[in-house]
Design a protein around this ligand. Structure first.
Ligand code: ZN
Length: 314
């Protein structure tokens, strides 16, 4: 079993303390004016993340949203962080109607996701051309797809099927972007029907609906719960999220929680002139979790859980 980072494969026990969801670079029509597009500023921001107590992070920017495979290698060297990078796609609303990825078939998407995992991430993913000249040095280490609160669009259904198929074949991890996760049980059933093992899957942003009973029902399917609302006070204050974490630990689901902050916007990155920045999770939120639960539990959630989620046998 290995974890596939952008700098090569590592043994799962080398992953260390891991933030399961951030973005070094991101450009989307949905986040106009909030672009993450400066290699210098992003490198400095991720150096802050490293200093706040992390060895690794998972980069969740998928195909077509401003990935920079060459520059993220530099960012890894400057910050000292190990990085596991996404292939896959976001929910349909993040793409212009003319983006070529949204018209790919299931077979095309399977080919593309597999190529980025096994050969390399495309350099220019607005052209979507699969060729040696358009292939970067970095390989992806997991597959992302996105759903909103609406029933899935035809494109989102194809992305789900492709992600489930490739994960079923390789054992690679899956991340599902959700909004309020209203369709989540249908989605989990579909993933299984296409061959995915649900213990390879994290349901991201699920703490936007901080209901322990709902979370216990989801977690009982075997998936990881992605908690990433810390410092995003437009959803819930930290106190509610600390309480949710503590409740889920008491219910016996500590080994199925992943922690990140998905800060994701330039207006929230210190080095782009905003806040609270990538250091908020480690410096402000995790101390609250340690007081409410224990140092030991928080450490396990930051190290063992992400390694279990990401490790596979390519
Ligand atoms: Zn994100």
């Amino acid at each position: 079993m290995i974890i596939r980072t952008i700098s090569g494969d590592i043994a799962p026990e080398k992953l260390g303390r891991t933030n399961y969801h951030e973005h070094a670079f991101q450009i989307s029509p949905l986040l106009s004016g909030d672009e993450l597009d400066s290699a210098e500023k992003s490198s400095r921001e991720f150096s802050r993340l490293a200093k706040s107590g992390f060895d690794s992070y998972v980069d969740a920017t998928p195909i077509g949203l401003g990935r920079r495979p060459q520059q993220i290698l530099d960012l890894s060297k400057i910050s000292g962080l190990q990085i596991v990078h996404a292939t896959g796609v976001h929910k349909e609303a993040h793409y212009s109607h003319t983006h070529p990825v949204t018209s790919l078939s299931v077979a095309d998407l399977i080919e593309l996701f597999s190529y980025e995992l096994l050969t390399g991430v495309l350099k220019n993913d607005s052209s979507m051309e699969i060729s040696a000249a358009n292939t970067s040095e970095i390989k992806a280490g997991f597959i992302k797809f996105g759903i909103s609160n609406e029933p899935l669009s035809p494109f989102e259904k194809r992305a789900l099927e492709a992600a489930a198929t490739v994960s079923g074949q390789t054992g690679v991890a899956i991340m599902i972007h959700t909004d309020a996760a209203s369709e989540i049980f249908t989605v989990l059933d579909s993933l299984e029907s296409f061959g995915a093992n649900l213990n390879r899957v994290v349901v991201a942003h699920i703490d936007r609906r901080p209901d322990p009973k709902f979370h216990a029902t989801i977690a009982s399917r075997g998936v990881f719960l992605g908690y990433d609302g810390a410092g995003r006070s437009q959803y819930f204050p930290d106190e509610i999220l600390v309480e949710l974490f503590s409740n889920m630990v008491e219910l016996g689901f500590a080994s199925q929680i992943l922690l990140g902050a998905d800060v994701a916007r330039s207006s929230r990155y210190i080095e782009y002139g905003g806040g609270p920045g990538l250091e908020y999770l480690g410096n402000s939120f995790l101390p609250k979790l340690r007081i409410r639960t224990s140092e030991e539990i928080v450490h396990k959630v930051l190290t063992t859980n992400p390694a279990n989620w990401l490790a596979f046998n390519p």
